[in-house]
Design a protein around this ligand. Structure first.
Ligand code: SF4
Ligand code: SF4
Length: 89
């Protein structure tokens, strides 16, 4: 019998691991990314407050925006969204 919690954990990890960490959904393409987006030496990005990310945030130029879960914007367009792995799935 499948352990449901384990199944959910595996699915969660699979979806999290699928992200290319391009940072497009956090503003890297239009050049005004979120203040919490950190670029690593390997070119990938990560959110320094990922577990508490949702809500009102600020870009480097001072624009206020709402950080939302990817599932809430998957049917919308944002700069660079054509390369988002979740749109290709
Ligand atoms: S707070 Fe949201 S928009 Fe900002 S870096 Fe984290 S995930 Fe991206
Ligand atoms: S645009 Fe898609 S692939 Fe790129 S960081 Fe955001 S969720 Fe991940």
């Amino acid at each position: 019998m499948i352990n449901y919690d384990k199944y959910q954990e595996e699915k969660f990890k699979k979806w999290e691991d699928a992200c290319k960490c391009c940072g497009a959904c956090c503003g890297t393409v239009d050049g005004d990314p979120c203040l919490h987006l950190i670029k690593q030496n390997n070119g990938k990005h990560f959110c320094e407050i990922y577990n508490a990310r949702l809500g009102m945030r600020k870009t480097r130029s001072g624009k206020i925006f709402r950080c939302v879960e990817i599932r809430d914007i998957i049917n919308k367009h944002w700069p660079g969204s054509n390369n988002c792995v979740y749109k290709i799935f």
